[in-house]
Design a protein around this ligand. Structure first.
Ligand code: RIB
Length: 302
């Protein structure tokens, strides 16, 4: 099976259930507070492992990162590359409103301590035929892209969070983008959120790349220069959407690593992400493959 190396963030998610999002100059009381393991990197590694992929996570935690390592180990992720730094772990402050929507602030902490030597040290054990997965929550992402390309690895980028610096990365070296409609619009520099416009601009801008684009209630699509495959959502009662995109990404890449047919990959990723929407938290909400199969067979109920 193809190996997946994920150089990505590990966060402690401080999650506040609230009536509605706090506004400028306002103080509101939270209805509930919980802490979960999260970080786009960690969530995607867990989804990959629960989907059956062989995944190696590289990144860093602080003194307070024990739970982050535990959840990865329990899921079967290889954690030998993760370093403990003399600082705090990354964390996220997440508001979840009564409509199950969220907004998120992240603080990088140890995630921003990955230097070029560290990345070289990890990449030396990987080569052509292996997949490198990246998001935009750790330091030196551009360097990792450049070095992995020189080795001939297949590079998959989830351009999230989408911030200005990301447009300066060597994005023409990316083989596969996995992104939502907001990131798609920004990456395409589209004048509207019209999915057809986004798709055509992305194909024009990155002619050698393939894309998995999630469109919220409108499902998701895979496309490259040759084909377009659409997938509807599995309808569930939403509880917390945090980590749903990461679940989609992890299951999607696991399907690719296992050599599945694209329609099957899309179904599986979509079912997995629907299950995660029906549960609280990021990493804890990610289903295993048996639950995903039940959902695809119409037996999943939430
Ligand atoms: O995609 C969800 C994740 O974004 C959360 O787990 C949070 O840590 C932020 O990285």
């Amino acid at each position: 099976m193809t190996r997946v190396l994920n150089i990505g963030s590990l966060n402690i998610d401080k999650t506040y259930q609230i009536e509605r999002f706090v506004q400028p100059k306002e103080t509101i009381k939270a209805l509930k507070y919980e802490e979960f393991c999260g970080g786009k990197g960690l969530n995607q590694s867990i989804a990959l492992a629960r989907a059956g992929a062989e995944v190696y996570h590289a990144g860093a935690v602080g003194h307070d990162g024990g739970a982050l390592l535990n959840i990865l180990n329990e899921a079967g992720v290889h954690t030998e590359y993760i370093e403990e730094m003399d600082t705090v772990s990354g964390h996220a402050v997440i508001q979840v409103d009564q409509a199950s929507q969220n907004n998120i602030i992240i603080y990088g902490g140890a995630n921003m301590c990955l230097n070029k030597e560290y990345i070289d040290g990890v990449l030396k054990d990987f080569s052509k035929g292996d997949i490198l997965l990246l998001q935009n929550e750790v330091s030196n992402v551009a360097y990792a892209i450049d070095r992995a390309r020189a080795k001939g690895m297949l590079i998959m980028l989830n351009p999230s969070p989408f911030e200005d610096e990301l447009t300066e990365y060597p994005l023409d070296m990316i083989d596969f983008f996995l992104l939502n409609e907001v990131e798609g619009k920004l990456l395409a520099e589209a004048s509207s959120a019209d999915p057809e416009l986004i798709v055509s601009l992305l194909k024009e801008k990155y002619p050698n790349a393939a894309f998995a684009l999630t469109l919220g209630e409108d499902g998701s699509c895979f496309f490259d220069q040759k084909q377009m495959i659409r997938q509807e959502i599995y309808k569930v009662k939403a509880v917390d959407t945090t980590g749903a995109g990461d679940t989609f990404t992890g299951y999607f890449i696991a399907g690719m690593a296992a050599g599945l047919e694209m329609k099957q990959i899309m179904r599986q990723a979509s079912a997995a992400s629907a299950i995660s929407v029906g549960r609280c938290g990021a990493a804890p909400s990610i289903p295993d493959m048996d639950e995903v199969k039940e959902m695809m067979n119409g037996r999943g109920s939430l």
